[in-house]
Write a protein that binds this ligand. Structure first.
Ligand code: TRP
Length: 462
């Protein structure tokens, strides 16, 4: 494959939609390889197209173990249809048993968009949380907090900042010498957002999944890398079979792992660490455990790749008991961006491209009427050649947002392709559905307004 590498800029307005290229270049895993029980509309229609380590979360789902969902919002403008896709996913995870944490990125918004904390709070509550309630998120299993008022988030960012540097930030984000330092801190705060739900005070060790648009993947790459660097025990699939665990001796664990200040080894200490390690693994039911403290490894020849997750969790638990952070790299899922009305990206800063959740119905009708169409120039040509639903905004909005019935959507798709449905008729179908959908949403918004404070964590109520 030729061509330049894709660059993902989480703060830019232009965003590549070459999803297969992105998947390949950044090593995302395809959704085709996992089987999702009770798939949502976004899963069934291939709109959620990639993930990282989703298997970890699905395993917890299957076993009835706890897991968390974390996502964040940047309070800078109005909430639009594109933003609602993340909430659809959060809602789905919530229905499948995940607990939900939502970060209001007020520090990031101040750093990168110049929105004051007070304004950010106001926008978050009025524009976002109000719609979360209206869209049917359950406030009892959802907790919204502000970056600026949750110290652990900032502390984690600071602590993990020690394990990265400007070179890495340059290569991930394209930062350079004149990048504002608040902007440099924003990703570290996001690292704190993503990792803090697994700390003891926020739910403890469990898999955390982060549903986002692919523009946020750089933050996940950073977070996953940093979490892995802190781990005291690395888990590798053995070369021929089984699983091999290796010790990672670092400045802040050397003493616990038996390395004396003079560089010598305290063998008793090391042996007792390995004893604990073996006991942890025995707890999982393995009996063939080969412990080799001198080499710093333990192998479990009978473990299969399916056991890796359980082993990893157990080791993190053990690491925590020894005083380590015990951080599990987050999982993530990625969805296609909603196309804008004009055919380019949907963006709050360009109202012409966007349907806002608060738009009045007449305005929405007008917007859809003017939307980019996949129809032919004349009716005669359309009947003869057919339309293209893949680029037809009205069709895509039904697919992404407004039409629940897969069979019906499929039928509309083929009738458009065959020229049976005209471009104007497609728009009218979309308008009809959008009107009902948004009308109901606005009604719900009025009815659920009183729930907004129930979504707020205690540190967010002031
Ligand atoms: N950076 C995100 C945005 O621009 C907002 C955000 C902050 C976030 N913290 C997060 C998203 C954690 C996902 C997970 O919209």
């Amino acid at each position: 494959m030729g061509g330049e590498d894709v660059v993902i800029d989480p703060w830019g307005s232009a965003q590549s939609t070459d999803y297969s290229r992105i998947t390949e270049q950044f090593g995302l895993a395809s959704m085709d390889d996992v089987s999702v029980p009770n798939p949502s509309r976004l899963h069934r229609r291939g709109i959620i197209f990639a993930h990282r380590d989703l298997d970890t979360v699905l395993a917890s789902q299957r076993l009835g173990d706890s897991y968390g969902v974390l996502t964040g919002l940047m309070p800078s403008g109005q909430m639009h249809m594109g933003h609602s896709m993340v909430i659809d996913q959060v809602k789905w995870f919530q229905e499948q048993g995940g607990d939900v944490t939502i970060a209001v990125a007020d520090l990031e918004s101040q750093a990168t968009r110049g929105v004051s904390l007070a304004k950010g709070r106001d926008i978050a509550l009025r524009e976002y949380v109000a719609y979360y309630a209206a869209l049917g998120l359950d406030p009892d299993k959802c907790s919204v907090y502000f970056q600026s008022s949750r110290p652990i988030v900032q502390r984690l960012g600071f602590q993990l900042g020690k394990r990265t540097n400007l070179n890495e930030f340059e290569s991930i984000y394209g930062f350079s010498g004149d990048t504002n330092l608040a902007h440099v801190q924003a990703p570290l705060v996001q690292v704190g957002d993503i990792l803090h739900p697994q700390t003891e005070s926020y739910g403890g060790l469990r898999p955390i999944v982060v549903p986002v648009g692919v523009d946020q993947d750089p933050h996940l790459r950073l977070t996953r890398g940093l979490a892995a660097k802190t781990n005291w025990f690395n888990v590798k699939d053995g070369s021929s079979s089984g699983v091999v665990i290796g010790l990672s001796v670092q400045d802040d664990n050397a003493e616990v792992l038996g390395k004396l200040p003079n560089g010598r080894l305290d063998k008793d200490k090391l042996n007792s660490v390995f004893g604990g390690l073996v006991a942890s693994l025995e707890h999982l039911g393995f009996s063939d455990i080969l412990s080799n403290p001198k080499q710093g490894t333990v192998s479990v020849p009978s473990a299969t790749p399916n056991d890796t997750i359980r082993i990893r969790m157990k080791l993190l638990e053990y690491e925590r008991s020894l005083g380590g952070m015990g951080l599990l790299a987050p999982s993530s899922t990625y969805h296609h961006f909603a196309v804008g009305l004009t055919g380019e990206k949907m963006s709050s800063s360009k109202p012409k491209t966007t349907i806002f959740l608060g738009d009045d119905l007449k305005a929405v009708e007008k917007k859809i009427k003017r939307a980019f169409s996949g129809g032919q120039a004349t009716v005669e040509e359309h009947r003869r050649l057919g339309g293209n639903p893949d680029i037809d905004v009205a069709y895509r909005y039904m697919m992404y947002f407004f039409e629940d019935d897969d069979a019906y959507l499929h039928e509309v798709n083929s009738r458009y392709r065959s020229g049976d449905i005209l471009a104007g008729e497609m728009k009218q179908m979309c308008i009809d559905r959008a009107t009902v959908w948004l009308g109901e949403l606005h009604e719900m918004r009025d009815q659920t307004e009183h729930l907004v404070t129930e979504f707020l964590a205690s540190d967010a109520r002031y």
